[in-house]
Design a protein around this ligand. Structure first.
Ligand SMILES: [Zn+2]
Length: 531
């Protein structure tokens, strides 16, 4: 007997194919039947009439390793229909943390993971200790974390032994089942790495069947070069490349999406295994300190704080800002485009412009003083993209959907501040705002980006489509009602229109409420396959 039978829903199966009205049955955590009229009995039957039934959404780019241990219910994600989260992105991972270096890592990640306790651990132990949570997890090891462990915040190439150390730590993570390695080449210490260092690690990925994802070196003036660098790593190492949160940041780069997408598609045509992802907003989020020029960070936190207090260094920063705008974000329309998300000292929701007016101070001085006051822990939102580029990127078939956010909840420790609404709204926003309301893409195309397309990019073989034998990760939603409700002013809002979410055959969301179930699995890579 089946455990669950969803009858009469319009099934959009994740392949990109046309919707069809069929019954879908679940047994022992797997999809046991997809039939026009299922006659076999089931312990539980759900009427799906008028609803869309899709595979559970795969959030291909997240930072939920910073929060899922604190919120195992995975509230902000599961309520969007997300059933699998890929963590360890942008070069940041919580492991390995070598003996004596857990605090170093905690300080390094303070603006991203302010609430997580850090402990000394190797990657295999970290994976083994991953708690029971509501969603499936896919792990990557971060290059910035590896570099921090091997050589701190040194602004130079690694010695042979330091490189070997990074390769060994990477191999250990891959042996434990990590999907691959992420890089964060715009953020120190990752930005100190020459392409050859990444290639040397890429060869280890190739050996194990691991994959490479990259927060590329630049997303503004040099974005074309940065995309080319990521593609070259994939081509020369023979590995899959995932270009994270593809965007054109800063006024001077706006309008470049057609060219950029052309470059990625051309690489794909010549056989490079490359995909991209995107969060569907014109605003980014980052630690405030990473808007400052790279040289500020050399040598670590105390060196940075000393430089920021130095009037000569501030003058240098001011000059750099006048020339090219903010590091990685380019030129913005005004300081009002930078807004506090979370900060130990400044009020969330205020812009740097607001604070400058209130204090009668220059905005750059406000920013530098803020970084000094909280030792770099302030996180901000930056409105830096054009909506036309956001739409063009979303419409491209090579682009998947990733929130770039940690999983939070409106209550408890993760409910603080005014984080990016993408944490709560990414997937319903694509389905409601962009697919239904703006008709930018069809519902099967939109769903494919979040399911079958993402699974293919990850090598995930038994999820992402509604197929007999696949794991039963499912989302049932109302196509007329589905919408994001989180805004920049009021971000801690769950979306609407999602009736039921099933993970590994277990109902986690029902009637827009959480059942408390924690059926998520830690997925491990075996060769090039993830299960
Ligand atoms: Zn990133």
């Amino acid at each position: 007997m089946d455990d669950l039978l969803i009858r009469g829903a319009t099934v959009v199966d994740g392949t990109g194919g046309e919707p069809r009205i069929v019954d879908v049955a679940v047994r022992d955590g797997r999809i046991s039947a997809v039939e026009v009229r299922r006659t076999e009995a089931a312990s539980r039957q759900v009427d799906g009439t008028g609803r869309i039934l899709a595979p559970g959404f795969i959030d291909i780019h997240t930072h939920s390793d910073f929060t899922l241990p604190l919120n195992p219910l995975a509230e902000a994600k599961i309520r969007q229909g997300v059933t699998t989260e890929v963590v360890g992105n942008c070069g940041f991972s919580v492991a390995p943390a070598l003996p004596g270096k857990a605090e170093l890592l905690a300080h390094y990640l303070s603006a991203s993971a302010p609430w997580l306790p850090f402990i000394e651990t190797d990657f295999a132990t970290y994976m083994a200790a991953w708690p029971a949570i509501a969603v499936n997890t896919v792990m990557q090891v971060g290059h910035n974390t590896l570099r921090l462990m091997a050589m701190g915040m040194e602004s130079r190439s690694p010695s042979d032994s330091e490189l070997l150390h990074m390769q060994e730590m990477l191999a250990e993570a891959l042996e434990a089942g990590a999907l691959g390695m992420s890089s964060g080449l715009f953020t120190p210490p990752g930005l100190y790495a020459e392409p050859e260092e990444i290639r040397a690690l890429g060869r280890v990925l190739k050996q194990w069947g691991g994959r490479y994802s990259s927060h590329i070196r630049d997303e503004s003036h040099m974005v074309n070069d940065a995309v080319a660098e990521a593609i070259e790593i994939g081509a020369s190492c023979g590995i899959h490349v995932q270009i994270a949160h593809l965007k054109l940041s800063g006024i001077d780069s706006w309008g470049g999406s057609e060219h950029l997408l052309g470059v990625v598609n051309a690489a794909r045509m010549r056989g490079v295994d490359v995909h991209c992802d995107q969060y569907p907003y014109d605003t980014a989020s980052n630690p405030l300190r990473f808007l400052m020029p790279p040289w500020i960070h050399e040598g670590g936190m105390d060196a940075m704080l000393t430089r920021l207090a130095d009037p000569y260094q501030r003058a240098r920063i001011r000059q750099k800002l006048a020339e090219v705008g903010f590091t990685n974000f380019g030129r913005l329309e005004s300081w009002a485009d930078i807004r506090i998300a979370n900060s130990p000292t400044a009020q969330a929701g205020k812009t740097i412009d607001d604070l400058a007016r209130e204090h009668g101070q220059d905005p750059l001085d406000v920013a530098c003083d803020l970084i000094i006051a909280d030792r770099g822990a302030t996180r901000i939102l930056v409105r830096s993209m054009s909506e036309d580029d956001v739409k063009a990127i979303l419409a491209d078939p090579l682009v998947m959907v990733g929130s770039d956010g940690p999983c939070v909840a409106p209550y408890g420790i993760t409910g603080q501040g005014k984080p990016h609404p993408r944490l709560y709204g990414t997937f319903p926003r694509v389905l409601g705002h962009y697919a239904r309301d703006l008709d930018l893409l069809s519902l099967p195309q939109a769903i494919h980006k979040m399911t079958g397309g993402a699974a293919a990019a990850l090598g995930l073989v038994d999820r992402g489509t509604i197929t007999v034998g696949n794991a039963a990760d499912l989302v049932l939603f109302d196509p007329e009602r589905i919408a994001d409700r989180a805004s920049f002013d009021d971000p801690h809002q769950y979306p609407q229109g999602i009736d039921m979410v099933v993970v590994n055959g277990v109902v986690v969301i029902e009637g827009e409420e959480h059942t408390g179930a924690l059926p998520g699995r830690l997925l491990r890579r075996h060769g090039t396959i993830l299960v």
